[in-house]
Design a protein. Structure first.
Length: 94
């Protein structure tokens, strides 16, 4: 059992709802659980403007990213999207 809680920001929830249904299912049932289980092991740290956040990758063609940060025992997902546009969206929401 995880000692972390996981929440989606309002922006991440909007991103989630725009994903294809199968990707939504995979994300909810597997990938978010992995992040919640061990956010430091399962995501890599980002640099630059997003240096306090982490990125989790999944999928193939298209490849998806989940951007999140850890504050104590709370993991907050800030952006979800494809590799092609995720970092532009993340910087725009700051």
């Amino acid at each position: 059992m995880s000692e972390y809680t996981l929440e989606l920001s309002p922006a991440a929830m909007r991103d989630y709802k725009k994903l294809p249904l199968q990707v939504q299912k995979d994300l909810a049932l597997a990938h978010l659980e992995k992040i919640k289980e061990n956010p430091f092991k399962n995501g890599k740290p980002l640099v630059g403007a997003l240096r306090n956040e982490r990125s989790y990758h999944f999928g193939r063609k298209p490849e998806y990213r989940v951007i999140y940060y850890v504050d104590g025992k709370c993991v907050t997902v800030t952006v979800i999207g494809t590799r092609e546009d995720i970092y532009k969206k993340a910087k725009g929401r700051r």
